[in-house]
Design a protein around this ligand. Structure first.
Ligand code: GLN
Length: 231
């Protein structure tokens, strides 16, 4: 029995932002993904049922969703950053990522400098948006998108010249959309964490870390990794 604080009896209420394939997305009407499966393990360990709440990423990455009790935990392919760690408590890291650039195949934009005078799509509230703001030349026009699908579709349709986002989600997209490609990665050295309200839920955090550790030990983590990242 855990003494975890939970907002809704019998449930592990999980905030995420859809779609962020393959971490969380809909398939045949059901929400599935790497994060979803990991949260199922946590819920099971606590004798709870996972209940997913689709939430704008800005309200997750500012901690609002967890700190106001909208959900117990955020599972959103979210990078652990110092700034975020001031307003939420992160689990141990569970996934590595870097920023990357998505372009139409053969477009030739393989750096931020190469996008001088062009348009670059960013996803609101993300580390990719921040990286572009900090590193893109001033004459790159940043276009802000609410979610990953809108961003990737804009690249594919040619309405923007490139899009920045995490490498693994872009490689997943390219696999399904071979008329696009990842032209470069930026080696930002990010790590994802699950996050709970600040200073309020050490018990839940401990359960998450225990579940992550045993999933890594007993091969469950590797199985899930192969399931969602087969290449
Ligand atoms: N990993 C990125 C971040 O934390 C993007 C996460 C997302 O869009 N779901 O900002």
């Amino acid at each position: 029995e855990s003494g975890a604080n939970i907002v809704k009896e019998g449930n592990l209420t999980v905030c995420t932002h859809l779609p962020y394939e393959p971490f969380q997305y809909k398939e045949s009407g059901e929400i599935v993904g790497f994060d979803v499966d990991l949260m199922d393990l946590v819920a099971k360990d606590l004798g709870l049922k996972q209940s997913i709440v689709n939430t704008p990423f800005e309200t997750i990455e500012t901690g609002q969703a967890m700190n106001t009790g909208k959900c117990d935990i955020a599972a959103a392919g979210m990078t652990i950053t110092e700034e975020r760690a001031e307003v939420m408590d992160f689990s141990d890291p569970y996934f590595d990522a870097t920023q990357a650039l998505l372009v139409k195949k053969g477009a030739g934009y393989d750096s931020l400098d190469a996008l001088s005078g062009k348009t670059l799509g960013v996803q609101i509230g993300t580390t990719g948006e921040q990286y572009a703001k900090d590193n893109a030349p001033e004459d790159v026009e940043l276009k802000v998108f609410e979610d990953l699908a809108l961003l990737t579709t804009a690249v594919k349709s040619g309405s923007i010249d490139a899009g920045i986002n995490d490498n693994s989600v872009l490689y997943d997209y390219v696999d399904q959309n071979p008329d696009t490609e990842v032209s470069t990665e930026f080696d930002t050295g990010e790590q994802y964490g699950f996050a709970v309200a600040k200073d309020k839920n050490d018990e839940l955090l401990k359960s998450v870390n225990d579940v992550l550790a045993s999933a890594k030990d007993d091969g469950t983590y590797d199985e899930l990794f192969k399931k969602y990242f087969p290449n």
